[in-house]
Ligand binder design. Structure first.
Ligand SMILES: Nc1ncnc2c1ncn2[C@@H]1O[C@H](COP(=O)(O)OP(=O)(O)O)[C@@H](O)[C@H]1O
Ligand SMILES: [Mg+2]
Length: 376
């Protein structure tokens, strides 16, 4: 049996394998070709992202997960199957039908893709594998069932679902300590919050940790990109792509007024309707993104009202742990400290902390039983 953990983010999917560490990090994208015989997979992951730059007729690129919600179970299943195929070693992806067994393909198309499909099936059936799948803390029961069944259909023999926040707490070695923790993971599509603490249910229960209160909201990098795009259009009469907004936000975005910088960006001048360039100032980015970080502060503040006084006092001492790409926003620690008076600790590998934290649970049966088995 091979033991994996997977974190299917809105922008990036990561897979961790017990004994090997991080084995896959690719865009959560699938390129589908519409043929007269049905939908066929053209590319997945980073290859599908590359195709975005060179549009092909009849090929559409999808992200099966948006703002932490599953948009298409079939595409999610096809994507994770292809990813596990890559990791397990068979490699063949192109030509597979989206439905996996070629249900939509005609005889001819089935023939063309037969070797790819049979490779996919033999790789998933040939190697037995178990997966811990990280899911949003606030995932609906329907989405949790979809994650479970998608992974099963993708060939996993054993599937366990684990909230992001518990995976992050395990990465931080806080899941099996006696101290409560506030874990937040901020990604491209959503931000995931949880206060994790001890619940002593009976004398045999030696301080098992549970989510005391948690939620997932749809504030993430993609919403911030949309806000920045609108801001630039309104203030500078300049149209930029969300990709440009993402790059600018990462390079010069800040929540601090006193660290100003600027960047030349490309786009379309809305006054002349021509391609052009302009200098974007970080203060404009700050204006565009600040309201969303204020909303994040409101969620943190509200959640603290749901826990008992003792837990709140602990959290005031321990502070808040952050992970996820968006947690790298410049000045975020000072911003939260200023608004809520709480200290911030950024996970040392913010982009991979969740999947590594989940994957490490395979190393300890005791920790696995106390966390994953109980979340099942
Ligand atoms: N230095 C940075 N500053 C601000 N945002 C960042 C930075 N680095 C990455 N991001 C943002 O993080 C997001 C991706 O984070 P990630 O945790 O991989 O998301 P997901 O798990 O949802 O796919 C993107 O929106 C990206 O813009
Ligand atoms: Mg992620």
């Amino acid at each position: 049996m091979i033991y994996f953990a997977i974190d299917i983010g809105s922008s990036t999917t990561t897979i961790y394998e017990k004994g090997r560490g991080l084995v896959l990090k690719e865009s959560t994208l699938i390129a589908i070709e519409e043929t007269k015989n049905g939908e066929m997979i053209k590319a997945v992951g980073d290859e599908a992202k590359e195709l975005m730059q060179f549009p092909i007729a009849n090929v559409k690129i999808y992200s099966p997960i948006k703002e932490a919600e599953i948009k298409s179970r079939d595409k999610l299943t096809a994507l994770v199957r292809a990813f596990f195929e890559k990791v397990i070693g068979s490699g063949a992806v192109g030509g597979n039908s989206v439905k996996g067994s070629g249900t939509k393909a005609s005889k001819g198309a089935k023939k063309a893709s037969k070797s790819a499909v049979s490779k996919a099936q033999s790789s998933t059936l040939g190697a037995k594998f178990a997966v811990i799948c990280c899911v949003p803390t606030g995932a609906s029961e329907k989405d949790k069932a979809t994650y479970f069944h998608s992974l099963k259909e993708a060939g996993a023999d054993e599937v366990h679902l684990l909230p992001h926040s518990l995976a992050l707490a395990n990465y931080l070695n806080l899941l099996h300590s006696h101290v409560p923790c506030f874990a937040i993971s901020m990604g491209h599509g959503a931000t995931d919050f949880a206060i994790i603490g001890n619940v002593l249910k009976d004398v045999y229960d030696r301080g098992r940790k549970e989510i005391l209160t948690g939620c997932t909201i749809n504030i993430g990098g993609s919403l911030l990109n949309a806000s920045l795009t609108n801001y630039v259009a309104e203030h500078n009469f300049f149209e930029i792509s969300s990709r440009t907004a993402d790059i600018a936000r990462q390079e010069i975005g800040t929540l601090q007024q006193n660290d100003q910088s600027s960047l030349i960006i490309n786009g379309r001048n809305l006054l002349t309707s021509r391609s052009d360039e302009m200098r974007l100032n970080s203060l404009l980015i700050r204006e565009a993104i600040t309201p969303y970080f204020l909303q994040i502060c409101t969620v943190i503040d509200t959640m603290l009202k749901f826990v008992d006084k003792k837990t709140e006092e602990w959290l005031a001492q321990t502070g808040i742990y952050l992970a996820g790409g968006l947690s790298q926003t410049h000045g975020l620690d000072i911003f939260i400290k200023h608004h809520l008076g709480l200290n911030i600790k950024l996970a040392d590998d913010p982009l991979n902390a969740v999947v590594i934290g989940a994957g490490r649970l395979w190393d300890s049966k005791e920790h696995f039983d106390a966390t994953v088995a109980l979340s099942d």
